[in-house]
Each structure stands twice: as structure tokens, then as C-alpha cells.
Ligand binder design. Structure first.
Ligand SMILES: [Zn+2]
Length: 415
């Protein structure tokens, strides 16, 4: 099959490398040991200004939505265009690549489109506050744009660490949060959306693939098992007199692992937070809380939740232990658009480079965009799956390859 679209990958690699290294410099992070930047800080503003300058250089108009999400386009606002982008805020102890590599790769797609001499209408979006580092809420900019928040939350419950509301923080930074609902107009005319992101896992690296074409983003359930027994003296209470809350909790933890393996189909289950009371070596545990994080792109996580809650209840009852399941949050699976996934797959195949069609494990801004716009994502490998750490590392040659595949897919979809 003839490859319809190719780029000078070495040149793109150099430009992406230069963008990434520049944005890791002292003007763009609060810490010299990690990347640390979140909404409304000078370092975040410098980052948006860097993207603004680079996009204006190639003839894009650049503006912001009422709370600070950056938008750029080579056609007038609202007219049909294909959307690309990610986020450029970081985790509090973050690396150079999470989010930022997606915006940088989108910028490179814009450069390549302009240089191609073809008319390719594009819209780049860099969402505000994906990581939740500034205001404790993930996907905040994309949730605001897609109206997945309430004004009440923005004014009262979404807070900076010092207690200032998101609303007041946005105002202090010169934005107009009272117009937040108008942000939805920024997706008017979007014909599709592709986000490039580091994988944040080891699958691509360990299978020797350079690109992941993402076919679905996971649904998840977060909740807590609460087991209540009786705290007794660990020496004076014989084994058959005890109501030990940890025992059914331990059985439940093992069953989560067994069930996730049995259900399969991308299902994962994690019991990471274990809190026992009174947590003393010489006291039988009186109560214990065990958290559950379960995800899948097939519905396996719902099956796991239903089974494990019933199992935990039975194991608790068998030992005379009280039991309660408290669900914190759940989110449905976000399937990607078949047409865009297929266009990306065909472009990836035409490059001759190894790639994988795969689900995402993590949440992304694309989950919100997918409410209204046909979407897909492209992953590039990151070394040992490390992310949310200064050790995060990724090969910019893979990002250049991603830029080629994304632009090729957009051209094919527009044809
Ligand atoms: Zn990210």
C-alpha cells in the first residue's frame, strides 16, 4: 500500500525535542527537581505564552476560553476544523512528557499542516488543569468546557490548597468565570478530535511497539469496604473468641485479584488503601477500611464490583463482622470513534512501524470531548511506564511518528 503522507521525521523530532526541553526550563516549572506547573501560576502562563508565540508564528489565531483553556485555529472560530491537543499542566511532582508531549505533538501537527501547502482546518486545544494539582479536581478544564461541573462547585467546593475558590482564583488571574458556560462553544464545528499522550504504562515498551492506537477509555468504580469487628487484647483473647475485622478484609483483597484475573477482558482491580483501627501490634483489629479501584473497557469492572461486594458481605457475615460498601465515584466506559480509530490504524500500518490497537488504562480530557465529538487517542511509549515523576521519559522520535500518523489520518478523514 502506498503511503499517502510522509514527513521529515528527523526535523519533527528536533522541533518536538526543542519544545519539550524549553518547557522543562526554569521559566516553566516551580521546582528545579520536577515539572511543577498548574493553572494561574506564572509558570503556567509562560507555558501558554510559549504555545501562543509558536502557533502565531505559523499563522494560527490563538485565544482562551473564559477560564483559561487555550485554543488556536487556522480557520475562523467556530468554522469546521479537526481538533487536536491535550493539557500542559503537570502533576505536583511531574515529568516533562505527561500532557505537554500531547500539546507539543499537536503543535508539530499544526506546523506540518501549514508546511504541507494543503488547506487542513485544525483547532488546537490545551485544556486547563487536567491533573487536579491546582484545585484537586481532575479533567477540570475539559469538564468545564463540556459542562460537567456546576457553578456552585466552581464557587464553593473546587478549591486551591489555600482555600481560595476556583471562581475567585480565575477572576484574580484576569479570567471571566461568570461566562464559563460559553466555553462549550469552543467545540462548535469540531469534526473530530485526537489526543496524543504518553501511555503511562509499560505495555507498548514491553511488546516492542512504538505507537498505540486507543480504541476505548476505561470506565471505573472507586469505593471502600468497611469491616467492623471488635478490638480485643491480642494476648488475652483466644482465637475462637475474636471478631477480627482484618480477616474478611484479607479474604476480600485476595478475591479482588482472583476475580480480576478470572473476568479478564482488560479488567483490573486494586486494593491500595488499607486503614486498620486501632493499628496496634497487640490489639485485635477492631475495624478496617479497604479501598477498591476497578477499571475496564469491557464492563468487567462492574461485574467485579457486583461480585466482590457480595463476597465481602458473605465473608464478613461468616465471621460476625459488620460490613458496609461505600461507593465514592463511578464513570462509564468511553468508546472511541470507529472511523477515527480505523484511519489512525491504517496510517500507523502504512508507516511500517510496530503499533498496537489498545485500550487506555488512565483517564484523559478526551473522555469529556467524546460526549459531543467523534474522538480517538494515540499513545507513545514512556520508559518503564513511569509517569507522574521527574523520572518520566519518552522518545521524541516516537512523538514525531505520532504527528505523522495523526496528520495523515486527519487528511484521510477529510478526503
Ligand atoms: Zn496527562
Amino acid at each position: 500500500m502506498a503511503k499517502p503522507f510522509t514527513i521529515d521525521r528527523d526535523r519533527s523530532t528536533q522541533r518536538i525535542e526543542n519544545d519539550i526541553e524549553t518547557l522543562a526550563g526554569p521559566d516553566f516549572t516551580e521546582s528545579d527537581e520536577a515539572i511543577r506547573r498548574y493553572a494561574y501560576t506564572p509558570q503556567y502562563e509562560n507555558t501558554l505564552q510559549y504555545f501562543t508565540r509558536e502557533l502565531e508564528k505559523i499563522g494560527f489565531s490563538v485565544w482562551r476560553d473564559p477560564v483559561g483553556t487555550l485554543i488556536a485555529s487556522n480557520v475562523p472560530k467556530g468554522s469546521p476544523a479537526f481538533g487536536i491537543g491535550s493539557h500542559c499542566d503537570s502533576n505536583r511532582n511531574g515529568g516533562k512528557y505527561d500532557g505537554t508531549l500531547g500539546v507539543v505533538t499537536a503543535l508539530e501537527v499544526c506546523r506540518l499542516a501549514q508546511e504541507s501547502g494543503q488547506h487542513i482546518p485544525l483547532r488546537l486545544i490545551s485544556f486547563l488543569e487536567e491533573e487536579g494539582s491546582g484545585f484537586g479536581q481532575m479533567l477540570l478544564g475539559s469538564r468545564i468546557m463540556l459542562q460537567r461541573v456546576t457553578e456552585e462547585e466552581l464557587k464553593t467546593t473546587i478549591l486551591a490548597p489555600d482555600g481560595t475558590s476556583f471562581w475567585d482564583s480565575a477572576k484574580a488571574a484576569g479570567y471571566e468565570p461568570e461566562h464559563w458556560q460559553e466555553s462549550i462553544s469552543e467545540i462548535d464545528g469540531l469534526t473530530g478530535w485526537i489526543e496524543v499522550h504518553i501511555e503511562q504504562g509499560r505495555v507498548l515498551q514491553d511488546t516492542g511497539n512504538r505507537i498505540g492506537v486507543v480504541h476505548a477509555l476505561p470506565g471505573y468504580v472507586h469505593g471502600d469496604f468497611h469491616f467492623t469487628g471488635r478490638a480485643d487484647h491480642a494476648g488475652a483473647t483466644p482465637m475462637d473468641f475474636r471478631v477480627d475485622a482484618v480477616i474478611p478484609a484479607a479474604e476480600t483483597i485476595l478475591e479482588v485479584e482472583r476475580l480480576a484475573n478470572e473476568i479478564g477482558k482488560t479488567t483490573v482491580g486494586t486494593t491500595s488503601e488499607l486503614e486498620t483501627h486501632p493499628c496496634l501490634i497487640n490489639v485485635v483489629p477492631g475495624s478496617v477500611r479497604v479501598s477498591l479501584d476497578t477499571r475496564s473497557v469491557t464492563g468487567g469492572h462492574v461485574e467485579l464490583r457486583d461480585h466482590i461486594v457480595q463476597y465481602a458481605k458473605e465473608r464478613a457475615e461468616a465471621r460476625g463482622v459488620g460490613f458496609e460498601w461505600v461507593e465514592r465515584q463511578s464513570l462509564p466506559i468511553t468508546p472511541m470513534n470507529d472511523g477515527i480509530v480505523e484511519a489512525l490504524r491504517a496510517e500507523a500500518e502504512a508507516t511500517g512501524e510496530p503499533f498496537l490497537v489498545m485500550p487506555s488504562g488512565a483517564a484523559h480530557d478526551t473522555m469529556c470531548v467524546a460526549d459531543k465529538v467523534p474522538t480517538a487517542m494515540v499513545f507513545v511509549p514512556c520508559v518503564d511506564g513511569l509517569s507522574h515523576t521527574p523520572l518520566e521519559d519518552s522518545d521524541t522520535r516516537d512523538a514525531a511518528l505520532a504527528a505523522e500518523i495523526v496528520l495523515g489520518a486527519i487528511i484521510a478523514l477529510n478526503a
